[in-house]
Design a protein around this ligand. Structure first.
Ligand SMILES: [Zn+2]
Length: 216
């Protein structure tokens, strides 16, 4: 096993622990993956808590989802299909995270996109977080539902299900999941105190212009 693979396996386990401890996933939910090479992806196995992952539990699949390497008793999740769709469509993206963070998932169940431009960091880093249409988990409906956003966004809510984020590396994908949940939580909290308030349009424009400055 080369250094990159070792590093990615440890990083995925670490992210799993964070997702679990932050309450972004319950029991065996959620999945994380990272592109290892042009043709190989490392992914978390099904039926295992992502809070208690060990590097050897991860499975290696190709971009078609065929298992290349897996220890006995471990197989990829059927939800890996949405990860693979991202890797096939976006060669520059190398990490994907799927979770059910409570605030984000509440909006996903309500069927409401997170499209209020309320604070500078969210506008710069994320912009609108759209809602991908509901699809039955494990079918091609879910990957199909995210197609309109590929190449434009790095975070989406999955209607009545949860959230999906991706990035140039797996840590970037995880950061986007944190941002998504933070945005959902703020939207919820400001609504609770009747304080939901967007920045004025000219201020939003200024922030959008800063995106290139921050390398977004
Ligand atoms: Zn899920």
């Amino acid at each position: 096993m080369d250094e990159l693979e070792k590093k990615l396996r440890l990083q995925i386990c670490d992210i799993g622990k964070n997702l679990f401890n932050k309450d972004f996933i319950a029991a065996n939910d959620g999945n994380i993956s990272a592109r290892l090479s042009e043709t190989e992806v490392l992914a978390t196995p099904t039926g295992v808590s992502k809070g208690y992952l060990e590097p050897h539990m991860l499975v290696k699949v190709n971009l078609q989802g065929e298992i290349l390497e897996a220890r006995e008793g471990y197989r990829p999740s059927t939800e890996v299909k949405m990860h693979l769709r991202i890797y096939r469509e976006l060669p520059e993206m190398n990490g994907v995270v799927h979770a059910h963070p409570p605030f984000g998932t509440a909006f996903a169940i309500k069927g409401e996109a997170l499209d209020k431009m309320m604070m500078p960091e969210s506008v710069i880093a994320m912009g609108e977080i759209p809602l991908a249409k509901y699809g039955t988990p494990s079918t091609e409906e879910v990957p199909d539902s995210i197609m309109p956003f590929l190449g434009k966004k790095t975070a989406v809510l999955l209607e009545s299900h949860g959230a999906l984020t991706w990035g140039k590396d797996v840590m970037g994908a995880y950061m986007n999941m944190e941002r998504l949940e933070y945005t959902a939580k703020l939207t919820f909290l400001t609504r609770m105190i009747h304080g939901e308030r967007e920045l004025p349009p000219n201020r939003i424009e200024e922030l959008v212009a800063l995106r290139s400055f921050y390398g977004m």
